[in-house]
Design a protein. Structure first.
Length: 367
């Protein structure tokens, strides 16, 4: 063997962003970044000794970040080549799996799966979930179905996997307000310092919305061949995540939306996730996505796409009034379309670029 000196800041790999809000960028991650990512995962995610972990999400993203921590804990990795509810449930039963990693849309599929009760899932002790926000009503349903075995994480390619975490115990901790927990992404992970700031970089008060910025030991070194984007994202040593959030007096961070997904209608900010959460409260709604659509007077209007549960029927007007009663007329969709399915990216996230394209066809810009 030839010795190969490696420094902490040497680049270990280049990983491309998911591209859900724009063109994918090449994120340069150093050995330092990966070291602290793995340490944070083992400390924050509750990975047990000898875990049998079923992987069903793409290895190029979150799943690939968890293989080594599971192996370091002398665990076993069961890798499935695609997501199918029966395939996953059968793997959990067959291998007596103790943990898995899912995105929220996969959790919704399992909750709605007619044959879920046919499988023995008693070995399952930890369901990690993240990559996008989960609807509070669906999370409450998941806790009822699977028990208090859910662990949430929030991160991004630029600071892999874990800027915040919400442990299994925290999901049901009576010290927290239930409504806050169901909407929360948890507290700052051990290696991260987080702030919520306004457009001028000043910290906002608890409960107010602002951008999440982070100083974290697992931050990226920069974007490949893109110094302009690097300078715009890392400013004065702080990683600007592009995520809008609120922080509670107890330190719970609630991700409101991606900054680029925010709808500006007549000068007022509307956060699609809050509208989606209200739609999910309706018992007929199986899936929902909210985007901004062009409006001659207001610039953008709130537009929703909804998938109903089989056998359910509800009118567009009834759903609009349902949201208006909870979120006010400004946040209520001005129109709702009923689709058979909502497009997803290859990571299982709602493909809002594809949805926007349906409404912004022929426009010079999508804002």
């Amino acid at each position: 063997f030839v010795p190969c000196p490696v420094e902490a800041e040497d680049i270990a790999g280049i990983y491309f962003t998911g591209g859900t809000t724009g063109r994918p960028k090449g994120v340069m991650l150093s050995h330092r970044s990966w070291y602290y990512t793995y340490c944070a995962e083992m400390l924050e995610f509750g990975i047990a000794e000898g875990e049998t972990f079923v992987f069903v999400t793409p290895m190029t993203h979150a799943s690939g970040c968890l293989i080594l921590p599971v192996l370091l804990k002398q665990g076993c990795c069961v890798v499935l080549d695609h997501f199918d509810p029966d395939l996953l449930l059968n793997a959990i039963q067959t291998h007596r799996a103790t943990a898995t990693l899912l995105v929220p849309t996969m959790i919704y599929v399992l909750l709605d799966h007619a044959r879920r009760g046919d499988y023995d899932l008693s070995s399952l002790k930890n369901i990690l979930y993240g990559a996008s926000a989960i609807a509070p009503e669906r999370l409450k349903q998941a806790l009822g179905v699977f028990g208090p075995i859910l662990t949430q994480f929030f991160g991004q390619t630029e600071a892999p996997m874990v800027l915040t975490a919400l442990s299994r115990a925290a999901h049901v901790d009576p010290a927290f307000d239930e409504a806050d927990v169901l909407m929360s992404a948890g507290r700052a992970a051990y290696q991260a310092k987080l702030r919520i700031v306004d457009d001028d970089g000043a910290d906002v008060a608890p409960g107010e919305a602002g951008e999440v910025i982070a100083q974290s030991m697992n931050m990226m070194s920069g974007y490949l061949d893109n110094p302009e984007a690097t300078a715009a994202t890392i400013r004065n040593g702080w990683l600007h995540t592009g995520d809008i959030a609120r922080i509670s007096d107890q330190g719970l961070i609630t991700i409101v939306d991606r900054k680029k997904d925010m709808i500006v209608s007549g000068g007022f900010n509307v956060y699609p996730r809050e509208v989606e959460d209200a739609l999910f409260e309706h018992p007929a709604v199986k899936q929902a996505a909210v985007v901004g659509a062009p409006h001659e007077k207001w610039g953008e209007e709130v537009r929703a796409v909804v998938v109903l549960h089989p056998g359910e029927d509800v009118s567009e007007r009834a759903l609009i009034d349902f949201v208006k009663a909870r979120k006010g007329s400004l946040n209520a969709p001005k129109a709702i379309e009923f689709w058979d399915a909502i497009p997803l990216t290859n990571l299982g996230k709602i493909d809002k670029k594809a949805i926007r394209a349906r409404f912004w066809g022929g426009q010079q810009r999508m804002v």
